[in-house]
Design a protein around this ligand. Structure first.
Ligand SMILES: [Zn+2]
Length: 312
């Protein structure tokens, strides 16, 4: 069944890029809502669906916007909701950036547990991949292949003694997400950090919310949470970016030295190629129109765009 939160819960911190204070409240949402950002401005509520069609070009973080407002660095809170199998939720925010917290998704997972999760009265719809898709080139890329379950295999390769080649295999489940992925933090290299600041990015970045690698070691006193924390964080980011599909995907994603740009391209390519997937469980929802073939061959709207509670 679809899931949402039992009650509202709030958290405050600062934005990684803006450096400004930010408060988010996660709130229950009706069936088929998907994940929707909301912000109150001058007494009225602006909304923005967490959807690839609302993606805004932005370096280093996933930014979405519509109806005149945009939210930066959405990927970690989206990853927490998607990783914990929450299909429907409102994310109320009072600023332009989701707070960085400790640079991982763990604080958002704690919020979800504190709020509680409830099953709703309608089954989930899944997007099942039936033909492979690939974006990227010979150096970096991301593919999705048909599979009976939802899996991610992520590989990275950095010329740094503490990273080098790492591969992580992830099978989707709330328990695996919570135990193995949620705590992995954002990482950066010290030579990049000053360049970021010079360009006005990373203003809220610190060793409290980012792993910073120096030329031969690590600036964080506490060390790493996992020896392969970097590749686990890449899986975390990918899960957050896949949330922009609007429905959970059944397929095996292979990512090699990838990042947000390619993740987002893959999501767009999936939606642009409806002959590569079928919707499972869609007969229960307004998404049925997508799976009966009537929209094949056309640029396919985001599945959530057809739902009754779409914010679009
Ligand atoms: Zn990240």
């Amino acid at each position: 069944m679809q899931r949402t939160l039992r009650q509202n819960i709030s958290l405050e911190g600062i934005g990684l890029h803006s450096g400004k204070p930010s408060k988010v409240t996660l709130a229950p949402a009706p069936v088929d809502s998907g994940i929707v950002f909301r912000r109150k401005t001058n007494g009225h509520i602006e909304t923005c669906q967490a959807s690839i069609r609302n993606l805004r070009p932005m370096e280093l973080c996933t930014t979405i916007g519509s109806n005149g407002f945009q939210i930066q660095t959405t990927e970690h809170v989206l990853s927490a909701l998607w990783g914990m199998h929450i299909n429907n939720a409102y994310i109320d925010i009072d600023s332009e950036e989701v707070p960085a917290m400790d640079g991982s998704a763990a604080p958002f997972v704690e919020m979800i547990h504190a709020a509680g999760m409830v099953s709703q009265e309608r089954p989930r719809t899944f997007l099942k991949i039936v033909k492979p898709l690939h974006v990227g080139d010979h150096r970096r890329g991301v593919s999705i292949l048909p599979s009976t379950t939802s899996k991610i295999t992520y590989s990275i390769d950095y010329d740094h003694t503490l990273i080098q080649q790492q591969t992580y295999e992830y099978e989707w489940s709330p328990k695996a997400f919570q135990d193995k992925i949620a705590e992995a933090r954002t990482f950066a290299f010290s030579h990049e950090v000053e360049a970021l600041w010079a360009r006005g990015l990373g203003q809220g970045g610190s060793l409290d919310n980012t792993i910073v690698f120096s030329e031969s070691g690590l600036l964080n006193d506490q060390g790493l949470r996992f020896p392969d924390e970097c590749v686990r964080h890449k899986v975390l980011d990918l899960i957050g970016d896949l949330a922009l599909l609007g429905v959970p995907v059944i397929g095996h994603v292979f990512a090699d030295r990838s990042g947000h740009f390619l993740h987002n391209q893959l999501v767009q390519m999936i939606l642009d190629n409806p002959d590569t997937w079928i919707l499972v469980g869609a007969q229960h929802t307004k998404w049925a129109a997508l799976s009966n073939g009537s929209l094949h061959g056309k640029k396919t709207p985001h599945p959530v765009a057809l739902s009754a509670n779409s914010a679009a």
